[in-house]
Design a binder for this molecule. Structure first.
Ligand code: SF4
Ligand code: SF4
Length: 324
C-alpha cells in the first residue's frame, strides 16, 4: 500500500519508470500563477489551501511589483491569479489593471459567491472591462451537491453570478472566456471531462439559460482540508491507492508544473499551488520572486510528493482540467 509521506517518493519512481528521467520543466514558461492571499468568504470542505474568512495571509505591494517585473521579463501566455478569493485582496484591482495595462493576459479563479459580499457587487463589470479570463468553481449542476461541499446557498448565488457574467458577454464572446470547474464530491476520480461538459451544458442551459466556454474536471488532491476529512473517515490510504493505481503516463507531458511557476503571497516560488499548500518550495530551496532568475527558476527539476499521483490519475488533472 502507498504510504502518503513515504520517502523517496513513489511518484518519482513511477515517472522515472515511465519516462526514464525525473520530472523536469518543459522548455517554456506558459503560466505565471500567483496566489495573492488565503482569505476567502467561503470555507469549502475540499479546499487544499484551507482558506476561510479568518485567514490573513496577503501579498504586499512590493511583492506584486516584483511579479509585474518578472511577467514583463518572461512574457508568459497567461498570469493566473488565485487565492483564497483573490478578489478580497485590497490591491486586487490595482494588480489586475497593472497587468492588463502591460499587455498580459490575466485569468482569475473566482468562487462566484464573492459578487454577493458587500463591496464586490461590481466585480463582473470590472472583469469585463479588463478582459479578464474567468475560471469559476461549480462542482456540480445539482444544488444539493454544491451546497454540501461549499456551504448553504452557494448554488443559487453561483447561478445568479453566472447569469450576470453571461449578460456581460462572458461565456458567449471569444474575448471573455468563462470556464467552470468540476471536482468530485467523494473519494473518486472525476468522470470523463467531455461527457460531463455536455451534461453541464444541458442542465445549466435548459434549467437556467446559462452558457459557458468549457468545463475543467479537477481531481481532489489529498492535502489540506480534504486530506483531514479523509483521515478522519479512515479513507486516506484507500484514496491514495485509487490515485496510484490509476497512474497514466500519457498525462506526464501536460502536467501543469512543467509549464508554470507559482508565486505565493510571501513571494516564495513553488512548482504549483499544491506544493504551496504543502510548503514544498522549488527544488526544496526557499527562493523568492524578488530574486527570480529565468535560467535557474524555470529550467528546474520538479519537487514531487506522492499526492502528485492526483495529477496523473486517469485522464489527469490540472488547473486547466484533464490532460489526456
Ligand atoms: S476552495 Fe476556493 S472558494 Fe472554497 S474555501 Fe478554498 S479558496 Fe475559497
Ligand atoms: S502536485 Fe504539483 S508538482 Fe506534483 S504533479 Fe501535480 S502539478 Fe506537478
Amino acid at each position: 500500500m502507498l504510504q502518503p509521506n513515504e520517502t523517496p517518493c513513489r511518484f518519482d519512481r513511477a515517472v522515472r519508470d515511465a519516462t526514464g528521467a525525473p520530472l523536469t520543466t518543459a522548455d517554456r514558461l506558459a503560466v505565471l500563477q500567483v496566489n495573492i492571499g488565503l482569505r476567502c468568504n467561503l470555507e469549502c470542505a475540499h479546499c487544499h489551501v484551507v482558506s476561510s474568512p479568518r485567514r490573513t495571509e496577503a501579498m504586499d505591494r512590493e511583492t506584486m511589483v516584483h511579479v509585474l517585473r518578472v511577467a514583463d521579463q518572461v512574457h508568459p501566455d497567461m498570469v493566473d491569479i488565485t487565492g483564497g478569493a483573490p478578489e478580497m485582496h485590497p490591491e486586487f484591482r490595482w494588480f489586475v489593471t497593472e497587468l492588463t495595462d502591460r499587455g498580459h493576459t490575466v485569468q482569475v479563479r473566482t468562487n462566484l459567491t464573492i459578487f454577493f459580499v458587500n463591496g464586490y457587487a461590481d466585480l463582473p463589470e470590472f472583469f469585463a472591462s479588463q478582459g479578464v479570463h474567468l475560471v469559476a468553481s461549480l462542482p456540480c449542476y445539482l444544488q444539493e451537491n454544491v451546497d454540501r461541499q461549499r456551504g448553504d446557498g452557494v448554488f443559487h448565488q453561483s447561478i445568479e453570478a453566472l447569469r450576470r457574467l453571461n449578460d456581460l458577454g462572458y461565456g458567449r464572446e471569444e474575448r471573455l472566456p468563462l470556464h467552470l470547474v468540476y471536482n468530485p464530491t467523494g473519494p473518486h476520480l472525476p468522470p470523463a471531462q467531455q461527457a460531463l461538459e455536455q451534461d453541464y451544458r444541458e442542465r445549466l442551459g435548459e434549467q437556467f439559460g446559462i452558457a459557458f466556454t468549457g468545463l475543467y474536471t479537477i481531481t481532489n488532491m489529498p492535502i489540506g482540508r480534504w486530506r483531514a476529512d479523509l483521515q478522519r473517515e479512515g479513507a486516506l490510504d484507500d484514496y491514495f491507492d485509487v490515485l496510484e493505481q490509476a497512474f497514466n503516463p500519457a498525462t506526464i507531458d501536460g502536467l501543469m508544473c512543467r509549464h508554470q511557476i507559482e508565486v505565493a503571497w510571501d513571494g516564495t516560488l513553488y512548482d504549483c499551488d499544491f506544493h504551496l499548500a504543502h510548503r514544498l518550495p522549488v527544488e526544496h530551496d526557499v527562493r523568492n520572486i524578488r530574486d527570480f532568475d529565468p535560467e535557474r527558476d524555470f529550467q528546474r527539476r520538479i519537487a514531487t510528493r506522492d499526492y502528485c499521483f492526483g495529477c496523473t490519475a486517469g485522464a489527469g488533472s490540472s488547473c486547466g482540467g484533464a490532460l489526456a
